[in-house]
Structures are given as structure tokens and as C-alpha cells.
Design a protein around this ligand. Structure first.
Ligand code: AMP
Length: 284
């Protein structure tokens, strides 16, 4: 076995139950909320680990892998402030071997058909990379619980399904999205936005508000209301706005549902999501 395979055994502070917060770094208040949630999950006697790894295999050619913000020094400070015990920031070679990425003969996770739509359609191969690195991080750190953000909702569902379908011995918990004052979901990619683009991006949360406000009239009316807000903002290019069941199945005629939104503002792709109740009972 390589040294990496012993990570958990060699960690200085592995004690009690272990919670893992996987991130790509450039940490913000959304990540901080995940770290605090991880601490609540394992208690003061447990160990909170934060991984910081910009995973090459979840980026398609031509995406922002090379310019993705890397701020490890500041990230370690955030982790310390939020009470994390361990920051695990491996190199690509430590995770994947000398090639630093998948080899032609690598065994990888098949993310199944839920990965073909939404983010998976826009970013071919994305979820194969995500689930494979998440499984590797689970193997390296052996957590009892791992915390993911609802913001990347399709990712949260797919990771939960991987744990269930592959009978992995840990629990996945989802944490609500932390937002800026105008409602924009915090994201490491927000720092790509110019001041003008940042103001335009406020249309995303506004469209989710409009959609939720119309949700008692059914899925079609709700989506139309949300889309109208986005289409009124010329600086926004919508990739998808959809309403689905909480498990990514077909949207119910009434009851709990989930909005999935991806849109581009300038060259920056932004995601958002929101839980809504659709149909006549909504808002009662
Ligand atoms: P990332 O570093 O962007 O890969 O995100 C790492 C984790 O933080 C993922 O589980 C994300 O869903 C989560 N996350 C990102 N932004 C937010 C946010 N604004 N609020 C809550 N969680 C978030």
C-alpha cells in the first residue's frame, strides 16, 4: 500500500467519530457552515476533517481547472477558526498516482443515469470524476459522516445514492445554502464576477423567489415565473431551470419539490437550488 492509503492511521488527531467536509478550497462562509455542521455531527470528542483538493477529473477540457482559485493558506485559517481538527490537502499525484488523473485503465465510479442530466449534460464526465474522488476521499479518511452543501443539489443526491447503492459505511448529511445579502448563493466562482456581473447575478435568487411565489399554481406556472425573471436580465444566459422531485425524479403535481438552476453570467457558470412546495397545498 502507498503512504496515502494510510492517511487515516497517520492523522494526528483521529479520535472519536470522524466527519469529513470535502471541498475544492477557496473557502467561504458556505464552507464554514459545513464545518460547523460537521462538528455538531461528531460532537466535541469527534474529529472534523476538511479536504481541500481541486479534483482534475471532474473538470472537462476547456473548463476552469487551471484558473480555479487556490488559497490554501487562507483556507487553513478558516478551518482553524471554525474548529476543524485536520486539513487534508493532497496533491493530484497523491490522489491519483504519478499521472495526477485517471489512467486509461483506471477503475472509476459509474454515476448512473441521474448523472446524464442537468450538470451532467452540461459537463460530460463531471459526476464520474466527482463520485470517484469522493469515494477515494472516503477511503483515505474513513469518515463516519460526510457533509455536503445543498447548493450543489444534484451532487448531494448522487453522493447519497452512491453511499446507499454501494452500501458504504457512512452517513451523508446536507447543509442548507449560505447566501450573500442579495440572496446570491456563495460560491468560490463568484470571485470571477466583475462588479457589474455580480449585480446581474442577483437575478438568480430573485428568479427562485418568483418561482416559489407562483408554486401554488403548479410546476408549469412556477417555472414560467422563474424563467421570466431570468429572461428579463440580458446579462444572464440560462443553462437550465427545472423542477424535480427531491430525489431528482419527476416533479410531483403537488408536494415537496426542488428547483435546479444553472446560468451563465459573462463567462462564469453559477448554480442555485431551492426547496419548494408545488400545487394547491403550497403556501397554505
Ligand atoms: P466546492 O468547494 O465548491 O466544491 O464545495 C464544497 C462543498 O461546499 C460542497 O458540498 C458544496 O455544495 C458546499 N457549498 C458550496 N457553496 C456553498 C454555500 N453557499 N452554502 C453551503 N454549502 C456550500
Amino acid at each position: 500500500m502507498t503512504a496515502v492509503a494510510h492517511t487515516r492511521d497517520t492523522l494526528p488527531a483521529a479520535r472519536g467519530r470522524v466527519a469529513l467536509v470535502p471541498t475544492m478550497g477557496a473557502l467561504h462562509a458556505g464552507h464554514a457552515a459545513l464545518i460547523r455542521r460537521a462538528r455538531r455531527e461528531v460532537g466535541p470528542e469527534g474529529t472534523v476533517m476538511v479536504s481541500v483538493f481541486v479534483n482534475p477529473t471532474q473538470f472537462a477540457a476547456g473548463e476552469d481547472l487551471d484558473r480555479y482559485p487556490r488559497t490554501l493558506g487562507a483556507d487553513v485559517e478558516v478551518c482553524a477558526e471554525e474548529g476543524a481538527d485536520v486539513v487534508f490537502a493532497p496533491s493530484a499525484a497523491e490522489v491519483y498516482g504519478p499521472s495526477g488523473t485517471f489512467r486509461a485503465d483506471s477503475v472509476t465510479v459509474d454515476p448512473g443515469p441521474l448523472a446524464d442530466r442537468w450538470e451532467g449534460a452540461a459537463r460530460p464526465g463531471h459526476f464520474r470524476g466527482v463520485l470517484t474522488v469522493v469515494l477515494k476521499l472516503f477511503g483515505l479518511t474513513r469518515p463516519d459522516v460526510a457533509v455536503f452543501g445543498e447548493k450543489d443539489y444534484q451532487q448531494l443526491v448522487l453522493v447519497s445514492r452512491m453511499v446507499e447503492d454501494l452500501s458504504l459505511p457512512l452517513t451523508i448529511v446536507g447543509e442548507p445554502t449560505v447566501r450573500d445579502v442579495d440572496g446570491l448563493a456563495l460560491s468560490s466562482r463568484n470571485r470571477y464576477l466583475s462588479a457589474q456581473e455580480r449585480s446581474v447575478a442577483g437575478a438568480l435568487p430573485r428568479s427562485l423567489d418568483a418561482l416559489a411565489a407562483a408554486s401554488s399554481h403548479g410546476a408549469g406556472a412556477a417555472l414560467a415565473a422563474g424563467l421570466a425573471v431570468l429572461e428579463a436580465e440580458p446579462g444572464v444566459a440560462v443553462d437550465y431551470l427545472d423542477l424535480v422531485a427531491p430525489d431528482l425524479g419527476e416533479a410531483p403535481e403537488s408536494g415537496p419539490a426542488r428547483v435546479l438552476l444553472a446560468a451563465r453570467v459573462g463567462a462564469t457558470r453559477l448554480l442555485d437550488t431551492r426547496a419548494v412546495d408545488v400545487g394547491p397545498a403550497a403556501g397554505r
